[in-house]
Design a protein around this ligand. Structure first.
Ligand SMILES: *[C@@H]1O[C@H](CO)[C@@H](O)[C@H](O)[C@H]1NC(C)=O
Ligand SMILES: *[C@@H]1O[C@H](CO)[C@@H](O)[C@H](O)[C@H]1NC(C)=O
Ligand SMILES: *[C@@H]1O[C@H](CO)[C@@H](O)[C@H](O)[C@H]1NC(C)=O
Ligand SMILES: *[C@@H]1O[C@H](CO)[C@@H](O)[C@H](O)[C@H]1NC(C)=O
Ligand SMILES: *[C@@H]1O[C@H](CO)[C@@H](O)[C@H](O)[C@H]1NC(C)=O
Ligand SMILES: *[C@@H]1O[C@H](CO)[C@@H](O)[C@H](O)[C@H]1NC(C)=O
Ligand SMILES: *[C@@H]1O[C@H](CO)[C@@H](O)[C@H](O)[C@H]1NC(C)=O
Length: 376
């Protein structure tokens, strides 16, 4: 069973929390750490039955290890993360079983005994809140909720058309199947996925430092009509906690952007709720998670909300983007100046703790957001 505790916040890279140190020590023996570069390939695995289902396999091969990321919009958008201790592991897909009501066993990473770590993240719902009259920026929820959009009930583009081998990226672009108010007539929710063959830092904010053991996700809501004049948006994430250390992680800066050219003027605070244990059946099921893990129910869910009722917002340009990294081993710890926004990380595969690396999140309420500085 999952025992999600309240997140414990640490105080940055000068004095890492005991939890962070513990996880670093425990993660260190994991053989993935020696890799300097990875050969990354992106492959769309076609559905043999010709149905428009997206299954993207990112394979990142090092000398002695392979990372497999399997992204899919079958059901709610979801990703499986599997690390093996061999450069030869493969993904095996049985489409007829995957599309059946009992998809257990339809996705396998072989050889099975090479698997060192596996976890999954499911993106279940997009929230919208009316923040008119909300003066308390820390209020939860940050306004009157509109009915949420269930991401399991979206239809998605053919991902093959967005595959870019040069940038190792692909984009899932979707809109609700049922859209009576035509809110998404000119809009979409996009999940842009990018893998890396070596370490680096993108030019675009939030400029998260990545390694070849990570994969980046940018979520962008573009052009959808908000249901109010002061709509704030949120996203619900559902992570499967599985196995023991070594662990994986998701990591992000607590900032989102209301313009494509993200910068100080368009930076919005991004707040995370505590992790809550959840019985998987209360949330939309992910066929790919079921296919790989079987009927597991050790899920934790948490919410992210973007923006505040004052300052820049989605209302400016009908644009919102937020980025995170997903990876295995130690989250890249940025040696950043204390004025720069912190980094939040959630451990995957190690139930019961959430950690903060190199950050000052608690100091940065929305009022201080003007202190956001691009990192040089
Ligand atoms: C890969 O494994 C070999 C043999 O076990 C070892 O000598 C080498 O250091 C490993 N390389 C990395 C990058 O871990
Ligand atoms: C997706 O696009 C590719 C390339 O354009 C095409 O070959 C494939 O048949 C399409 N898949 C579906 C399900 O339409
Ligand atoms: C795929 O799954 C179906 C249904 O479970 C099964 O009948 C079939 O043998 C499987 N195919 C392969 C190649 O394993
Ligand atoms: C905001 O407050 C005003 C004045 O109190 C009220 O008339 C209005 O209905 C409120 N709007 C919402 C969305 O609650
Ligand atoms: C969508 O865009 C078209 C062309 O710009 C515009 O005429 C139409 O009103 C828009 N529809 C909605 C629902 O925003
Ligand atoms: C949005 O703002 C306009 C202009 O200020 C106002 O007329 C309208 O009633 C507002 N709509 C809502 C849903 O609050
Ligand atoms: C996320 O927010 C929604 C709307 O406020 C709420 O119904 C849901 O329980 C929250 N989920 C979690 C895991 O906090």
């Amino acid at each position: 069973m999952c025992s999600c505790e309240e997140p414990r916040w640490g105080w940055g890279h000068c004095a890492p929390s005991p939890i962070l140190l513990l996880s670093l020590l425990l993660a260190a023996p994991f053989g993935l750490l020696g890799e300097e570069t990875r050969q990354v390939t992106l492959e769309v695995i076609p559905d043999s039955m010709g149905l428009p289902q997206n299954l993207l396999h990112i394979r990142a091969v090092g000398t002695n290890s392979t990372l497999h990321y399997v992204w899919s919009s079958l059901g709610p958008p979801a990703v499986l993360l599997v690390a093996t201790n061999t450069p030869h592991s493969i993904l095996s897909v049985n489409w007829s079983r995957l599309l059946s009501p009992e998809p257990d066993g339809a996705l396998m990473v072989l050889p099975n005994d090479s698997i060192q770590f596996s976890s999954a993240i499911v993106f279940t719902r997009l929230f919208e809140f009316d923040s008119t009259n909300m003066s308390d920026v820390a209020a939860k929820p940050p306004g009157k909720p509109y009915p949420p959009y269930s991401l399991a009930e979206f239809s998605w583009n053919n991902i093959t058309d967005s595959l870019d081998p040069a940038t190792l990226s692909a984009t899932f672009r979707g809109h609700p199947n049922h859209d009576p108010t035509r809110a998404f007539a000119n809009g979409s929710l996009a999940f842009r996925v990018q893998a890396f063959s070596r370490s680096g830092r993108p030019a675009q904010p939030p400029r998260l430092l990545h390694t070849m053991d990570t994969c980046q996700l940018e979520v962008a809501l573009v052009g959808a009509s908000p249901r109010g004049n002061r709509s704030l948006f949120g996203l619900e994430l559902d992570q499967l906690l599985w196995g023991s250390l070594p662990s994986g992680f998701v990591q992000w800066r607590p900032v989102a952007f209301s313009q494509k050219q993200g910068g100080r003027e368009s930076a919005l605070p991004c707040q995370a709720s505590p992790l809550h244990p959840t019985l998987a059946y209360l949330l939309p099921q992910s066929p790919i998670v079921r296919a790989f893990f079987g009927s597991q129910n050790n899920f934790c869910a948490f919410n992210l909300t973007f923006g505040a009722s004052t300052g820049p917002g989605y209302w400016d340009q009908h644009y919102l983007s937020w980025s995170m990294l997903l990876g295995v081993g130690i989250p890249p710890v940025d040696a950043l100046s204390p004025l720069v926004l912190g980094i939040m990380a959630v451990a995957l595969g190690a139930p019961g703790f959430m950690l903060l690396a190199g950050g000052l999140f608690l100091l940065l309420g929305p009022k201080r957001y003007s202190e956001y500085q691009p990192i040089n």
